[in-house]
Design a protein around this ligand. Structure first.
Ligand code: SAH
Ligand code: SF4
Ligand code: F3S
Length: 461
């Protein structure tokens, strides 16, 4: 499997290509528009890093950019529609100025049926590239600047054949105290509703020493909140297991937090739960997506655990770590989901008591097993279930948050919220507002006085 690592000589070649573009990109701006999950956000930061290496000034405003890259997500139809409509916005601009380059990448670009659609219906998109092409960005940008024709850089191979790891390419982080660090890429789980294994290829882990060096560097630079990323972090196998990696990442000096996303319930280990409990730098937040409370539906989803096994894991977490915030993902309206199945989901949610639920309406994805299943659920039924779940969860979240009143929480400041109120996050990842301005990236103790379902409020001590 060692050949999944891009050789250092190839990375050096890309740096040379990047430097050779300096005169062409001088005074020009580039913009990356990212949709989707944290993994994709991190990819966006890597794309910006490569663009900056090539000499571009990075801007958030696409209207002033000469190079625009749309980094897409394909998890649900809504995400794809948003990305396509974003691409559509540049039609007029491209007609006025042919020298502007528009690229599209990410999980949607990795799918051949979407690429065909983009090729046919979005003629102003100049190039597309796949999810494992980031180490070749300088080459892609060079091609974009000189190509007379539209082009693509895609490894169009089956899931188990594509996917590489590149170390040493630049990252342009958007935040100076919160950082994402991928520990593994891809997914082998093939949940029957999910496009990710097709869009991201097979599971592959970064080497332990590379992850640790990145985290150590971030801590030395003053980063205070580091999130280790992977579609299923428990499958990590880059030289140790994930629990050990997490513990090691949270063992450099000074005050900072380490989080992770996402752990699959089938193999969230006892060791992992113990590390969260025992290492004070590991954030007390566990995101454990359940997807459904019905064992029958879980089986159809290919989740490989039962309702009872999930409950056992959730209770172990809550018992071992009383201050934990437990959050989850739930899909409403999976094919064949009956009222009874949904009642099982509602009762599981009640039994566990989640601090927050990310609820999604099932969206059929081309190429997945579930999309071909009989018994697709009408939209109005899914919508009603979605609403019932959200309403119940609001009450549960409120009662869990009420328990924080009178307690002191250590909060990492995010500066101010949209309304100009000082705000930050606790170790549980709860949003906390407070009375005095604290510079973003600094910790403070807050005595909690008020609680809403999703926001706590208090005074700096
Ligand atoms: N790897 C993570 C999830 C990544 S996708 C995990 O397994 O936990 C994030 C969430 O999107 C999933 O947990 C699921 O709830 C939701 N999701 C994925 N595919 C979906 C689909 N086709 N329709 C609706 N929601 C979906
Ligand atoms: Fe998708 Fe399942 Fe993999 Fe998560 S574990 S990314 S839901 S296939
Ligand atoms: Fe979307 Fe791809 Fe992430 S489909 S959720 S951007 S892995």
């Amino acid at each position: 499997m060692n050949d999944i690592f891009i050789p250092h000589s190839e990375i050096e070649r890309q740096y040379e290509i990047a430097y050779s573009l300096a005169s062409e990109t001088k005074g020009k701006k580039a913009c990356v528009i990212t949709f989707g999950c944290q993994q994709n956000e991190n990819d966006g930061e890597r794309i910006m890093g490569a663009l900056a290496l090539c000499g571009y000034e990075i801007t958030q405003n696409p209207d002033e950019a000469q190079m625009i890259i749309i980094n897409t997500c394909a998890i649900r139809e809504h995400a794809e529609i948003r990305a396509l409509s974003e691409a559509g916005q540049f039609k007029g601009r491209k007609e006025r100025d042919r020298s502007i380059k528009i690229g599209l990448c990410g999980c949607m670009a990795q799918q051949s049926h979407r690429r065909e659609q983009i090729y046919k219906s979005y003629p102003y998109v100049d190039f597309v590239f796949g999810t494992d092409m980031h180490h070749r960005l300088p080459e892609i940008i060079k091609t974009a600047l000189s190509a007379k024709k539209r082009f693509s850089f895609i490894t169009d191979k089956p899931h188990n054949e594509f996917g590489v790891i590149s170390e040493g390419m630049p990252v342009r982080r958007e935040n100076s105290y919160k950082a994402w660090v991928p520990v593994m890429y891809g997914c082998n789980n093939f949940c029957t509703y999910c496009v990710v294994p097709f869009a991201r290829g097979h599971e592959r882990s970064r080497r332990r020493e590379d992850v640790l060096a990145e985290v150590k560097g971030l801590v030395e630079q003053g980063y205070k909140d580091i999130t280790l990323l992977g579609q299923n972090v428990n499958s990590y196998n880059g030289g140790c297991d994930f629990a050990t990696l997490l513990n090691d990442c949270a063992s450099f000096g000074g005050e900072y937090r380490v989080r992770f996303m996402t752990s699959h319930p089938k193999d969230a280990s006892h060791e992992l739960i113990d590390v969260i409990r025992d290492n004070e730098r590991v954030a007390k937040h566990f995101h454990l997506p359940v997807q459904s409370g019905s064992t029958r539906v879980l089986k159809l989803m290919n989740r490989k655990y039962t309702r009872e096994q999930y409950l056992e894991k959730a209770f172990e977490i809550k018992e071992k770590i009383p201050e934990i915030s437990l959050t989850t993902d739930i899909i409403c309206g999976f094919p064949t989901e009956t009222d009874e199945d949904f009642a099982d989901t509602m009762s599981l949610v009640k039994q566990v008591g989640f601090d927050m639920i990310y609820t999604f309406i099932y969206s059929p994805r081309v190429g997945t097993v579930a999309a071909k299943m009989e018994g697709q659920i009408p939209k109005d039924v899914s919508n009603a279930r979605f609403k019932a779940l959200s309403d119940m969860e609001n009450d549960i979240a409120q009662s869990l948050n009420d328990k924080f009143i009178g307690r002191t929480l250590r909060v990492l400041s995010d500066g101010f919220n949209k309304n100009g109120i000082p705000v930050g996050r606790s170790t549980q990842n709860k949003i906390v507002t407070f009375d005095k301005a604290i510079p973003a990236g600094e910790f403070a103790d807050v005595l909690i006085e008020t609680a809403g379902a999703y926001v706590l409020g208090g005074k700096i001590k």
